[in-house]
Design a protein. Structure first.
Length: 84
């Protein structure tokens, strides 16, 4: 697993890549967003050539943790933004 994150215009974006030469490892990746204001957030999860979902998550503390399922050879982009 490899991941990169950036913040621009109050949107946190994370790129996750699960490259496995043998194509046999599935990962359940814990992703923790830190230094958040408590409240509702919109989380968009897009898999390359796959699903695109949007959920509402509630941060009750300054951190929010999500488990992201990643099959082998999969790429995902997560976008977290504060809900109005």
């Amino acid at each position: 697993m490899t991941g990169f994150a950036s913040v621009k215009d109050a949107v946190i974006r994370i790129l996750l890549v699960n490259f496995d030469r043998r194509g046999s490892h599935t990962e359940n990746v814990p992703v923790t967003f830190q230094n958040l204001e408590p409240g509702p957030y919109s989380l968009r999860t897009r898999y390359f050539l796959g699903t695109d979902t949007k959920t509402t998550e509630v941060a009750t503390t300054s951190a929010l943790t999500k488990q992201i399922p990643m099959t082998s050879q999969r790429v995902a982009i997560l976008e977290l933004s504060k809900s109005p």
